[in-house]
Design a binder for this molecule. Structure first.
Ligand code: BTN
Length: 242
């Protein structure tokens, strides 16, 4: 069985971690119609409503050192952007490291987590949350200004099953490219869809803010930002403001 489906679950991410721990094989997908405790990056809450969003977690077992896993987040973002384009004609933008925006508002969140020893990855869980058929009022006051859905942007109801199938098939071929040829095939695609490269940005970190020119990403998925003194900073984790 390659797919586990739940009508409602706390978080597909937890379920996927558990299945991975129990030894399930690569490529298994956990999908839920509704999450009651969806998780975002940095301990944030991820809202996923029944019937209108896509919540899924993909289990992978690549032979990789742990510091390479950010590449998989970037790969997943490329897969989702391509699937959305194919399915709806809408062109999204990627904001480093893992946000997918449409018209400047958040459409998709990706959360990549791993189970690993210091030198070996046992499993990587890629969680994807996508706003599909929500209407503006579904979001609630606090997030309606910053979030959007495919239906809001495109004015149509989207078939979620079809879109999931497209995301998985895009993911599959990109992942195979990645495993056979390395990240160098993925990076140009990611940079082409990215709005956080080739522009001035603020990188907000827990204690620090860096303002500078985002030059690009490294093969490890690290964002390189050059400040006004010409010093290049390697950003591993931050909120980016453009
Ligand atoms: C973020 O932008 O902060 C990442 C959001 C990730 C949400 C997805 S929905 C499927 C999976 N299950 C979760 O609890 N989170 C991820």
């Amino acid at each position: 069985q390659e797919l586990t489906y739940y009508d409602a679950i706390d978080s597909t991410q937890y379920a996927a971690h558990k299945l991975a721990q129990e030894g399930i094989g690569e490529g298994h997908v956990v999908i839920a119609n509704e999450q009651t405790a969806g998780r975002g990056r940095l301990g944030r809450v991820w809202h996923s409503r029944s019937d209108t969003s896509i919540s899924m977690s993909l289990i992978l077992r690549p032979t990789l050192p742990p510091q390479k896993t950010p590449q998989i987040t970037l790969l997943a973002a490329v897969a989702v952007v391509r699937a959305i384009k194919k399915n709806t004609g809408l062109t999204c933008e990627i904001k480093w490291p893992n946000d997918i925006l449409l018209n400047g508002k958040k459409l998709v969140g990706i959360l990549t987590e791993m189970q690993a020893d210091p030198d070996l990855v046992h499993s990587v869980i890629v969680g994807i949350g996508l706003n599909v058929n929500q209407q503006k009022e579904d979001f609630g006051e606090d997030i309606e200004e910053i979030a959007t859905s495919l239906s809001i942007a495109g004015g149509k109801t989207i078939d979620r099953a079809r879109l999931i199938a497209d995301i998985l098939s895009e993911f599959e071929w990109l992942y195979e490219e990645y495993l056979s040829k390395g990240f160098s095939t993925i990076r140009p695609m990611w940079e082409a869809y990215s709005i956080s490269v080739g522009t001035y940005i603020y990188a907000r970190m827990i204690k620090d803010v860096i303002y500078g020119y985002a030059k690009g990403i490294t093969d490890d998925g690290v964002l390189l930002v050059e400040d006004e003194h010409g010093k290049v900073h390697s950003i591993y984790s931050a909120d980016i403001e453009i």
